[in-house]
Design a protein around this ligand. Structure first.
Ligand SMILES: *[C@@H]1O[C@H](CO)[C@@H](O)[C@H](O)[C@H]1NC(C)=O
Ligand SMILES: *[C@@H]1O[C@H](CO)[C@@H](O)[C@H](O)[C@H]1NC(C)=O
Length: 439
């Protein structure tokens, strides 16, 4: 300790900032010099993980005592993670957290992360001063926290907003917090069943500055349509599942009331879309600029998949999940419409089971001529979890025989398929440089 104590204060603060706040504060017993040093720590991190009931009382008492004494003019970050809150409500309750957030806001907090679990208890209602906090750059809220946007509100520096399973006071709350954040670049919204019973949310994301959007909507959550207008978006990940039974109750057209409106995203680099909602036609145009695309969607083969004239000129990497019926029809259509595709990966998401009714239907009927990407650009082809039906093997052979620039083809069977492997090894790829891997 003697040696360390010779360092200047700013170095010691660096050292302390790597310790959990409580440990850092405990250095104050070491000497006079250390006594108040921790009060200048710019990052505060409190976590009730692994606490017993008694320890969480102590932790709460410690925060109550120390936070008001904190001296740094700017709190770089405040993280409160009470995802496990033994001893609730005496240890931590909504009022404590509201008070501590108020202190952080008065110290120009830049990053605020709150996680509060005990559900079915009073949610944390954040103080209205948070919604006019000029310094706030990152806001991350998880679980039992209520978003209530006051009438006068503005978050001029907010770049990252993460809302996981939180409550909203009003169906429009999400739209409101987005509309007061003119610099927002990164948005994550997660919804689950619990918090939807109270208010179905208007999932309307209209943010000109947004670059990254992640939406995760679980089965059973209800919302009044999905509107996305984000012209600067580069990364888009959406997972939307709807509870069909719930909607079937009041109408035959289960999806009719569900509006789905995506505007164009001309800067899109990567999209990952997983949805039980069947109509790719509704959003295909807005994602047609994408470079990397991962799809797991329900394919409605009775109608045309999507309108003519859509070309994925920039698309280089395509990943397609094979869990829905008729996915191969979508594959063929995308091959035809992606003239510069370099990498194709067919796979099965871990938690998805393929329907045992899955005949790989009529992909050949959809092909009048060899897709351009096979003739000019496809270099990598991978199929994991292939079950080995004759139609599947025929599709693999078709790609091997027609892809002139293929460098590697990897076919991984779900179960042992000696016969099929043998049949495939006899197939001579059109590209002589192609390396084949089976397993
Ligand atoms: C909070 O702690 C839990 C349990 O340790 C952890 O799983 C979770 O990721 C943490 N949350 C945040 C926002 O760091
Ligand atoms: C799959 O495609 C076949 C042939 O186009 C069609 O008859 C069948 O209805 C489709 N199945 C579904 C679930 O769309």
């Amino acid at each position: 300790m003697e040696n360390i104590s010779q360092f200047p204060d700013h170095i010691l603060l660096k050292v302390l900032s790597f310790l959990p706040t409580k440990v850092a504060a405990s250095t104050s017993v070491l000497s006079k010099r250390w006594e108040f040093l921790w009060m200048w720590l710019p990052k505060l991190d409190y976590d009730s993980r692994d606490c017993t009931k008694y320890q969480s009382y102590k932790l709460r008492a410690f925060i109550e005592f120390s936070l008001p004494l904190h001296r740094a003019p700017v709190i770089e970050s405040l993280r409160l993670n009470f995802s496990t809150a033994p001893g609730y409500p005496k240890s931590f309750n909504a009022l404590h957290i509201e008070k501590w957030v108020l202190i952080a806001v008065s110290r120009c907090v830049r990053e605020l992360s709150l996680e509060f679990y005990p559900l079915n208890t009073q949610p944390v209602v954040l103080p209205s001063s948070l919604y006019i906090c000029k310094s706030l750059v990152t806001l991350e809220l998880t679980d039992n926290i209520m978003v209530v946007v006051p009438r006068v509100a503005r978050l001029p520096s907010l770049k990252t907003l993460i809302l996981r399973r939180v409550w909203y006071s009003d169906a429009k709350s999400l739209g409101q917090i987005l509309s007061i954040s003119p610099l927002l670049e990164d948005l994550v919204v997660e919804r689950n069943q619990d918090n939807d019973k109270i208010n179905p949310l208007a999932l309307s994301v209209i943010v000109p500055s947004l670059q990254r959007l992640t939406l995760n909507i679980a089965i059973g959550s209800s919302f009044d349509g999905l509107v996305i207008n984000t012209p600067s978006l580069k990364y888009f990940k959406v997972k939307v599942y709807r509870n069909e039974v719930y909607y079937a109750r009041d109408s035959d057209h289960q999806y009719e009331s569900y509006s789905y409106d995506f505007e164009e995203m001309p800067k899109l680099e990567e999209a990952d879309i997983e949805s039980s909602y069947p109509d790719i036609n509704k959003f295909v145009r807005s994602i047609s600029y994408v470079k990397r695309l991962s799809l797991c969607i329900c394919v409605n083969a009775e109608e045309a998949l999507y309108g003519e004239g859509i070309v994925f000129n920039q698309l280089q990497h395509l990943k397609l999940c094979s869990c829905y019926l008729n996915w191969s029809i979508l594959l063929v259509r995308l091959l035809k419409d992606s003239p510069n595709l370099r990498e194709l990966h067919v796979y099965l998401k871990e938690d998805h089971t393929r329907s045992c009714l899955d005949p790989l239907v009529c992909w050949e009927d959809q092909l009048d001529c060899v897709p351009e990407c096979l003739l000019t650009s496809l270099e990598t082809f991978k199929w994991t979890g292939i079950s080995g039906s004759q139609e599947e093997i025929d599709l693999v052979k078709y790609i091997l025989r027609n892809a002139c620039f293929l460098k590697t083809a990897t076919i991984l069977f779900r179960d042992k398929q000696e016969m099929m492997i043998q049949e495939l090894s006899l197939c001579v790829p059109s590209s002589t440089a192609c390396q084949l891997f089976f397993g």
